[in-house]
Write a protein that binds this ligand. Structure first.
Ligand SMILES: NC(=O)c1ccc[n+]([C@@H]2O[C@H](COP(=O)([O-])OP(=O)(O)OC[C@H]3O[C@@H](n4cnc5c(N)ncnc54)[C@H](OP(=O)(O)O)[C@@H]3O)[C@@H](O)[C@H]2O)c1
Length: 370
């Protein structure tokens, strides 16, 4: 059987190619998984934008110079196994290539998870090499797979950003405001959902004019402004800035306008055409823009609270968020399925351009119907 993989030009993310490769026989200890569905959001575009600098291209190398495979989060089923601890039919959640299938080498197995021990992944961050076995995953429910794939990695970041800011008493900006860019993005509104539960912080969402009504409809922002309306916020307001997409011009405006900007956190870099020019941050007024490093907060809180309590708090927050996002009467997000090469390429182009409807989450599949 052949495996369809979406290749992307590393030097021009707009250029894609659907590559078909014959599946190779498994070696002892390996499993092949059929990637049935994966989510694609702006976060995956950041993986590509930082593919070289942060090694994201190294997870699933294309094997051909100049071409990369973007990692995505999704669900897969074991279709072939030469590993005694992993059965055919087992369902997994984890980090996959944009492809129909992939070969993994399970190691360090527990009832909850295993690690892919492929040599080329050994030096990469462990969190991306783990595959969760859905039957023992406390966040898993079969009927919410789409929302899990779309939101889980994002909400974990949102939850940690909120906790990090509170843990640092908002760097002296409480009472005051948190300014969130890309307010219509899932990671931003997850953060707003958490921040809105804090006392003394006005949560202000900044978004494109077209997405203002959507952000207002969520109810998790105290105020929503289009990017052009930034001057409606008092210039002396104590505030923190959380920059989700790396728009250098907006960051400059915020650093220049707000005399009491207490912290500037950089979360992602989806604005591939306008990423804050390297070094630009050094010359801005106010606090230096600082990359938010989620694993550091995980480590700190696991030590503060203990790993079990950390996990419980996270599960509780996730469940609260899922109840809100998936509310059948007024869902914040609805999944749209795109199956097959042409549909996947079209969805990718839409997410890359950042012009999608924020109410719609893209679920993609390159797996052929079996
Ligand atoms: N560091 C981390 O660990 C981490 C984890 C999760 C997410 N993030 C970052 O958070 C950001 C949001 O990710 P997401 O997956 O939540 O996004 P998403 O839900 O797909 O967000 C879509 C929104 O993001 C903005 N956007 C997306 N692409 C754009 C583009 N090319 N140009 C301009 N605006 C664009 C637009 O918002 P507006 O109209 O509101 O501007 C758009 O409505 C990404 O930069 C991602 O890398 C980082």
């Amino acid at each position: 059987m052949s495996n369809d993989i979406l290749w992307v030009r590393k030097d021009d993310l707009h250029t894609t190619r659907l590559h078909s490769a014959e599946e190779q026989p498994l070696a002892a200890g390996q499993v092949r998984v059929r990637i049935e569905r994966f989510a694609l959001t702006a976060n995956n575009i950041t993986y590509a934008a930082f593919g070289e600098a942060m090694s994201y291209w190294q997870f699933f190398p294309s094997g051909e110079e100049g071409w990369g495979v973007i990692p995505v989060w999704g669900f897969a089923t074991v279709s072939q196994s030469l590993h005694p601890g992993v059965a055919v039919g087992e369902r997994l959640y984890g980090y996959f290539p944009m492809a129909a299938s992939v070969v993994l080498t399970p190691e360090r197995l527990s009832p909850e998870r295993f690690t892919d021990a492929a040599a080329h992944r050994s030096a990469l961050p462990a969190v991306y090499n783990q595959y969760l076995r859905t039957r023992s995953d406390p966040l898993y429910t079969p009927e919410t797979e789409d929302l899990q794939a779309l939101l889980r990695p994002l909400f974990l970041t949102s939850w940690l950003i909120d906790d990090f800011l509170d843990d640092n008493d908002f760097f002296g900006a409480r009472p005051g405001a948190a300014l969130l860019s890309s307010a219509s993005s899932k990671t931003a509104y997850g953060t707003a959902f958490q921040l809105a539960q804090r006392e003394g912080i006005e949560v202000i969402g900044l978004t494109s004019a077209a997405n203002k009504a959507f952000c207002e409809s969520l109810g998790c922002y105290h105020r929503v402004l289009a990017y052009e309306e930034l001057d409606q916020v008092a210039a002396d307001l104590p505030c923190v800035y959380v920059d989700f997409a790396g728009n250098g011009a907006l960051r400059r405006q915020i650093h220049t306008r707000f005399a009491n900007l207490k912290h500037s956190a950089s979360i992602g870099g989806t604005h591939v055409d306008q990423l804050a020019a390297s070094g630009a941050g050094k010359h801005l007024p106010g606090p230096r823009a600082t990359l938010f490093f989620a694993p550091a907060q995980v480590k700190k809180r696991s030590a503060d609270w203990g790993p079990a309590a950390f996990g419980q708090r996270m599960v509780q927050a996730w469940q609260g968020f899922m109840r809100q996002v998936g509310d059948p009467k007024a869902p914040w997000l609805t999944a749209q399925q795109h199956a097959g090469g042409p549909a996947v390429r079209a969805a990718y182009a839409e997410v890359l351009a950042g012009r999608g409807d924020p109410r719609v989450g893209h679920m993609l599949s390159l797996a052929r119907a079996s």
